[in-house]
Design a binder for this molecule. Sequence first.
Ligand code: C5P
Length: 405
Amino acid sequence: MPNPLANKRIILGITGGIAVYKAATICSRLVQAGAQVDVVMTASAQQFITPTTFQALTHRRVYTDMFDIPSGENIPHITLADEADLLIIAPATANTLAKLAHGLADNLLTAIALATPALMLIAPAMETDMWQHPATQANFGILKRWTNKINFIGPATGRLASGAQGLGRMVEAEEVVNQAQHLLAQQGDLAGLRVVITAGGTREAIDPVRFVSNHSSGKMGYALATTARDRGARVTLISTVALPEPFGLDIVRVNSAAEMLNAVLSHSNQADTLIMAAAVADFRPKTVAEQKIKKVAETEGLTLEMVRNPDILAEVAAQKERGFGPRITVGFAAETENLMANAQSKLARKKLNFIAANNVSATDAGFAVDTNRVTLLFANGTIEELPLMSKVAVADIIWDKVKQL
Ligand code: C5P
């Protein structure tokens, strides 16, 4: 599944505030993500930065004038507006917000905004007093209530053009691009699906400073979470690992299997699908020492007594029998021997729709690497062996299967 920005038609509307310098980064990122970006600048935006910058970034003509129509071309505000998937206005000045709120169309950008059926993403940028002015707040309120096609991002608090600190600063370019990606993803094939995914190895405390764990990196779970997000699903990621937090996910941090069980039961109740990509410890120390265990001179070793952890998927299956929980459950089987037999028995025991089996003794698949080689075993007996591929590609295939189910 390509990035949701790929091949999308995006109009980047730029109005006249000092935050225009961020618009160049936004433009560059959108182009790099594969979007076709048409830049429209107001006259005051051109006082800060020239169209040449954006022409170089997009390799496309930059639109500045409603009446500058090369012969043989259509009127730009009609064609651009019709063909766009998304109109971003960043930065959006108080003046432009006022025009949008009242349906004025006195320049190319405001005319496009009035004519387009596309989604809109507006990033206001102005001094605090201008933002807090009752007129601006009223205009903001009108635009927000109008239609759910209009989305705002920011303003943020920080350094303003005047040098003062305050509310009104435009959010960073990356946030605008992430939000644009998120809005376009909502038109994806998993739109409306609510999913819960677990990732990473659980940590079972021995004492306040030590734990028992495993080599799971969380990469497969994160790949499942970001691909589902990019296809429009609402994702809760229950994670034990401190990987950089992907945007647009609800992240729940847990350590132990017991914590993961609680998080899974409470979040998966409202979900359609649960994918347990986490490597949950089967055993935990029977007691957790209150203080750090010290080495005493005369003792040679330490014996830990371990007890069984709850089986999360089995608990979910039990809940399902009582009429709660996700409709579809998917598990992973990480094995070093007898892979298929073990996976078959887990599929049945945990009452899964399907299971992804992988041999974690391979060096190019399984724990900590970016590739995986999995075999999918379905409840109806079908078996599908996938070749070595990236974890993101595996994740996409798993979502295709969930969708079919
Ligand atoms: O039983 P086993 O641990 O081998 O099964 C693996 C699958 O079950 C994985 O999807 C894992 O996340 C899940 N699991 C679980 N609760 C456990 C252990 C594993 O849900 N206590």
